[in-house]
Design a protein around this ligand. Structure first.
Ligand SMILES: Cc1cc2nc3c(=O)[nH]c(=O)nc-3n(C[C@H](O)[C@H](O)[C@H](O)COP(=O)(O)OP(=O)(O)OC[C@H]3O[C@@H](n4cnc5c(N)ncnc54)[C@H](O)[C@@H]3O)c2cc1C
Length: 497
């Protein structure tokens, strides 16, 4: 594994048998997995470039078991990495050799649905799509829809503050979660928010959403469900250049229109996807936009006319509007399968995730092309254009160490570029291990220390998912008393994992 992780705790490794036995007493039967062969499926998440077998895998099925496991680990100084479905693209669920991997897959029930209050209470291992499936018979749905929604879990979505093609209009996970039950590393169970629209006190739910498994383990989630819009139609618009497509995105938003979704794919991505889903995407253009308009029928018709006019003004070469629900879903099917489809044209891909101000789209796409030439690696662009959330897919061969190194350097340059133009390092995939060492390009040491003080308020011993998010993890005692003068940390080069 080439990524730097906290040093292994040899004392913990030496106590492995005792640790496994203690955890078996808390989660009996098949709830503890300790053989190398059976732990193999857990060695990596969606960031497959890095892998590591955990010390042991524990699969609890009740909040009480989670609480007991965490308390035991806290008292015995053992690290814990929570895991949902393992689709994280930033290495958030990458195990630690001296840590427990806490799989939440058995928390897979929808506990209650309340259409009057428009909420559903679900366990964290329920998949994103399963929430919509549970409420769609009554005309409702759960809005954030990551492309991985068939597999990824609500617990993972909270930890990563995930988004999807509909987040432009309906918000990210943080805008669609109302409450959760959280088990702290000490084993204490706290409730944040609830089935009401506002909660008193500090917005700790907001803090936990996007905290990447570093603050606690989510064991129950209350989500907001929405009524399906009366009409939804998708437009497929082709352009002679990615710059023209980027320009069109900005013009649509500037006209006061917030589409239900607005996604872009460049030629390389479109070619891969079309071979895969046969959605009828135009192959003679450099970029396509998928723009979805939703709402009452009359409003939808009006918006389609307006967007068509803007697209024509931006030089659109082709415009198709879906005429049936099947066709709308087909337009989206390609976009949603894009990452997988890229597997047809490259043995491996490295999916980046940065966000930029929309107006910078044409410039950033141009610079990405230049970087692609510099690193001699192809790059397919598939992204949430409306949100300015880029997902360049860097194509490489993991069997060639030089290609992996070039892919990593190329990806880091893209993220630096996002920050340089006023954007951020991540849009929805989280920091994990992938962007951890780039955090100082965005945050000062004072910023990072303040964020870590928050981590300390939840996890004094730094046992929950260490090695993720923070490039250097200071001890909480040190953060409490350290004197920072003129923004300069004493001994800044000393790793404090
Ligand atoms: C093909 C593909 C497409 C994708 N498309 C999108 C997309 O469109 N939008 C998007 O936002 N993401 C996307 N992702 C990334 C990924 O699916 C999301 O980050 C997702 O939320 C991860 O969920 P998971 O259940 O797989 O979590 P995991 O990968 O298992 O874990 C992710 C993080 O959550 C933490 N965690 C998991 N469960 C809990 C819990 N119960 N309590 C506390 N912490 C927990 C873990 O420690 C880890 O830090 C995509 C991934 C793939 C492979």
């Amino acid at each position: 594994m080439s990524v730097r992780m906290p040093p292994r705790d040899e004392a913990v490794l030496a106590r492995r048998d005792e640790i496994v036995a203690a955890l078996r007493r808390i989660v009996p039967g098949e709830g503890v997995i300790s053989t190398t062969r059976e732990m193999r499926p857990y060695e990596s998440d969606g960031l497959t470039a890095y892998r590591q077998l955990p010390l042991v895998v524990v699969l609890p099925s009740t909040t009480d078991q989670v609480s007991q496991v965490l308390r035991w680990c806290y008292e015995n100084g053992v690290k814990v990495v929570p895991r949902g479905a393992g689709t994280s693209l930033s290495g958030g669920a990458l195990p630690l050799g001296d840590g427990v991997l806490l799989g939440m897959g058995k928390f897979n029930k929808v506990r209650s649905i309340d259409f009057a209050d428009r909420v559903a209470v679900v366990e964290p291992g329920v998949t994103n799509l399963a929430v919509t499936k549970a409420v769609e018979h009554a005309g409702f749905y759960y809005a954030p829809d990551p492309s991985s929604q068939i597999a990824c879990t609500i617990g993972g979505n909270i930890a990563e503050n995930s988004g999807g093609v509909h987040s432009l209009k309906y918000g990210l996970t943080t805008n669609n979660v109302l409450g959760c039950e959280l088990v702290l590393i000490t084993g204490e169970v706290v409730r944040l928010g609830g089935p009401h629209l506002d909660a008193g006190g500090y917005d700790l739910l907001g803090v936990v959403t996007g905290s990447e498994g570093l603050l606690g383990v989510v064991t129950e989630v209350t989500v907001r469900i929405l009524q399906k819009p009366e009409t939804a139609r998708a437009m497929l618009v082709g352009f002679a250049s990615t710059e023209a497509a980027g320009e069109c995105v900005g013009r649509i938003i500037a006209a006061g229109i917030i589409p239900g979704g607005m996604e872009m794919m460049d030629r390389l991505a479109t070619e891969a996807v079309e071979q895969f889903v046969h959605a009828g995407y135009p192959l003679d253009v450099e970029a396509i936009l998928i723009v979805e308009l939703d709402g009452p029928r009359a409003e939808c018709d009006h918006l389609i006319e307006t967007v068509s006019a803007i697209a024509a003004d931006c030089g659109a070469q082709t415009v198709r509007v879906s005429t049936s629900e099947e066709e709308r879903l087909l337009f989206w099917a390609g976009r949603k399968a894009a990452f997988g489809a890229v597997g047809r044209i490259s043995p491996d891909y490295y999916c980046m995730d940065g966000t930029i101000p929309r107006a910078k789209l044409p410039y950033v796409l141009q610079r990405t092309r230049e970087l692609s030439a510099k690193y001699a690696l192809r790059c397919a662009n598939v992204f949430h254009a409306g949100d300015g959330n880029l997902h360049p897919l860097i194509l490489y061969d993991a069997n060639d160490p030089d290609e992996l190194a070039r892919a990593e350097a190329f990806g880091a340059d893209i993220l630096r570029l996002c920050v340089e133009v006023g954007g951020v390092l991540t849009g929805e995939h989280g920091v994990g291990v992938e962007k951890r060492d780039l955090m100082p390009t965005m945050f000062s040491e004072i910023d990072l220390n303040q964020q870590q003080r928050l981590k300390c308020a939840f996890d004094q011993k730094g046992l929950l998912n260490p090695g993720k998010v923070f490039p250097v993890l200071n001890s909480c005692a040190e953060l409490g008393r350290m004197h920072v003068s003129a923004g300069k940390l004493p001994f800044p080069d000393i790793p404090r994992f």
